[in-house]
Ligand binder design. Structure first.
Ligand code: GAL
Length: 695
């Protein structure tokens, strides 16, 4: 298992201040005349803001021309913040290069898969593999660090911003050369690479590493080599990471005592762009940006992503760097948050292990590409519900700090759900049994279905230690290594309970399909053998547009053709289908005892509701005791302290009902909820109560 390369370090309070849950936002004072700054600070104090991320997009204002630096304005605003007791998470300012740089060096711009070069005009228009860009960016890092090394206001470095948000894939010649080096390092010989990529297929055999090109445009409707594509995704994460490390190390050399981070986007848009679990080893503390999913999935998706961040942080406190107070402006339609959601969402991140709650951004822009994006201070001003909620949240975080929440950690859940970035990337290829089947949504369905039964799960990156859980869920973990198979087998043998779904253990780490049926490497422990996939599609109305299961649930998109069932395997549900489909009566859900434990196999995409319906029987058959501990209307998360104090966060998870809850401990914060004094509370939709219990 890979180790962290840096010790965990959390931003320390300003001199003379005590530790506090960090609360604040991205602050872009350079978008406003200086006359607005004093008003900003007045309102920040009113809201209880104690930290801002500064200068993220300020390169053009700091280095106004090649080598010409102007720190005066930044010094002035930092001094004002410091005097007001507001700490600074200072950016390296390298996220968006200025026009003078791209005019002088257009070769730093990234290129798309058709060889088109992007133009400046938005942001992040640089390629991480450009030596020229690296030189300029590192010079800026150095200048920033030298200028601010003794400034007591700076409590953390915010290195760059959301790496890969816009420049995730670059297909330029710089990228090509770097990809060649990366491949040489990974494979050593071109024969090994030819084998890994399956290059004998379609005459793709290469004679040398110099012949490697990134997966550039191969023609509409054509299919690029999946092995190369998967490695290009791995390379792209590594190329950005190596750029991050160069920036980080430049800053750290000059300011070794200032902790550093960069903001991840663990669930945006819909799946991880980068291998954040790998990146998590390279930061001093993990920081994440999260934007809510409008609609029914809102609360569950937030809890799921935040739990994954907690897993990446290995349960050490993490920093919510960005979220929105209300609407974003980058979806086709941008719903606002409902009353109560600003506070509820923030407390849910906190429940899931965040010790810092920040927003994008402090004051809503009146110009530029994000002028319709909500902020802590809306364009409508301070006399708004959003700003009142921002102030209420500030006092709640103050109260929770006083109660001692800081530094407590999220109590381990009984179940772990595995997330694997590689499996997501591989399952995105365009030549698959059904394009509707990916990795990312399946863990979320399991998280929600368990929550319907009041069962909590921790979402864990595949590399994290999940072996100490009672149950581990392996949802569409498409790629499987020998090591993972070994871990799972020993886990079950020792008495663990595993649930493995369809589309798991389909291929090895190079995306070579396992021979002999699926789940590959796991036949003995799974007790079933899948011979073929049965994609479900509207092309077969009334027959294979879906498959019914004998337990009353329905599979969509994909079902497994399970033809082999080992002795001792219990079939919990079968498919029911017209005879001519060949699926009638085949096993759909099975449980197989193995060693001291057991493994349940779920051979189709049941969706959240189908999983929830099937769960009690699966859990019973696995011999799991914690079935149905709640109704699903409440989501409860507990943070515990080493001194035995526990903080229980109780959320109304229902969409639109008022829900009563029994409380454990003294109420210390509540929103859209009334506590009755007799140990219960009534939670309105979007309501939350936090209680503290001391030993
Ligand atoms: C993030 C980004 C911010 C802002 C925000 C808007 O991706 O880091 O700068 O653009 O989205 O939602």
């Amino acid at each position: 298992m890979k180790q962290h390369t840096r010790p965990y370090r959390w931003p320390a309070p300003l001199p003379g201040h005590t530790p506090h849950i960090w609360y604040g936002a991205d602050y872009n004072p350079d978008q406003w005349p200086e006359s607005v700054w004093d008003d900003d600070i007045r309102l920040m104090r009113q809201a209880g803001v104690n930290i801002v991320s500064l200068a993220i997009f300020s390169w053009a204002a700091i280095e106004t021309d090649d080598g010409v630096f102007d720190f005066d304005w930044l010094d002035r605003v930092i001094a004002k913040l410091y005097d007001a007791g507001i700490a600074v998470d200072l950016a390296s300012a390298t996220a968006s290069p200025p026009m003078w740089l791209t005019r002088k060096h257009p070769e730093i711009l990234w290129t798309d898969e058709r060889g088109e070069t992007v133009w400046p005009g938005a942001r992040q228009h640089w390629r991480p593999t450009s030596p020229v860009f690296r030189r300029y960016a590192l010079r800026l890092c150095e200048a920033m660090a030298e200028h601010y090394k003794d400034n007591p206001a700076i409590v953390a470095w915010h290195v760059n911003n959301e790496y890969g948000c816009h420049n995730h894939f670059d297909y330029s010649d710089d990228a090509m050369r770097a990809f060649q080096r990366w491949c040489r390092h990974r494979y050593g010989t071109i024969d090994a690479l030819n084998k890994a990529w399956g290059n004998m297929f379609w005459a793709q055999r290469l004679n040398s590493f110099d012949e490697i090109i990134p997966p550039r445009f191969v023609g509409e409707g054509n299919f690029t080599n999946p092995g190369r594509l998967l490695d290009f995704k791995r390379f792209s994460s590594d190329a950005l990471k190596s750029f991050f490390i160069a920036e980080r190390d430049t800053l750290a050399r000059i300011t070794p005592d200032i902790p550093l981070t960069t903001n991840f986007m663990v669930s945006a848009p819909g799946a991880s762009l980068l291998d954040y679990d790998d990146w998590g080893r390279e930061v001093d503390f993990v920081a994440n940006d999260h934007y809510f999913t409008p609609g029914d999935a809102h609360i569950d998706e937030l809890a799921y992503s935040a739990s994954l961040v907690d897993g990446i942080a290995r349960k050490r406190p993490w920093f919510l760097m960005e979220q929105s107070t209300s609407a974003v402006n980058w979806r086709p339609v941008n719903p606002r948050k409902e009353p109560g959601q600003l506070i509820r969402d923030s407390l849910l991140h906190l429940a899931m292990g965040a010790d810092a709650i920040c927003f994008f951004q402090w004051r809503q822009s009146n110009a530029g590409a994000e002028k319709f994006h909500s902020s802590m201070v809306p364009i409508a001003g301070e006399h708004t519900q959003v700003f009142r909620d921002v102030c209420t949240l500030g006092s709640m975080l103050g109260a929770l700090t006083d109660e001692g929440l800081l530094g407590s950690t999220v109590r381990q859940a009984p179940a772990a759900i595995i997330y694997d970035a590689d499996s997501q990337w591989a399952s995105e290829h365009t030549a698959t049994p059904n394009q509707k089947v990916r990795h990312w949504t399946e863990p979320l369905d399991w998280f929600s279905a368990l929550a319907d039964h009041g069962i909590n799960a921790d979402v864990l990156p595949v590399r994290a230690p999940w072996d100490g859980y009672d149950t581990v869920i392996v949802p569409c973990v498409y790629l499987f290594s020998e090591e993972m198979a070994h871990r799972l087998r020993s886990f079950v043998k020792r008495g663990g309970h595993a649930i493995v779904t369809y589309y798991s253990a389909i291929a090895d780490e190079q995306d070579h399909l396992f021979p002999g049926g699926w789940p590959g490497l796991l036949h003995d422990v799974a007790g079933v053998r899948v011979e073929e996939h049965c994609p479900l599609t509207d092309l077969y109305p009334g027959a294979l547009d879906h498959l019914d299961l004998s337990n009353g649930t329905t599979a969509h998109d994909l079902a497994d053709v399970i033809t082999g069932v080992e002795d001792g395997t219990r079939v919990l549900a079968t498919f029911t289908a017209p005879e001519h489909t060949g699926m009638n009566g085949l096993p759909a859900i099975t449980v197989h005892p193995y060693g001291e434990g057991a493994l349940a196999y779920v051979g189709g995409k049941l969706g959240k509701d189908g999983i929830a319906t099937s769960l009690p029987e699966i859990l019973d058959a696995l011999g799991i005791a914690y079935t149905r501990t709640g109704t699903g209307d409440l989501l409860r998360v507990v943070r515990t302290h080493s001194d035995g104090t526990t903080f229980e966060f109780t959320f109304n998870r229902s969409r639109d009902m008022t829900v009563d809850a029994e409380l454990h401990g003294e109420p210390v914060a509540a929103s859209y909820a009334e506590t009755t004094g007799d140990g219960t509370a009534s939670l309105k939709p979007n309501g939350v109560v936090v209680t503290a219990h001391r030993p």
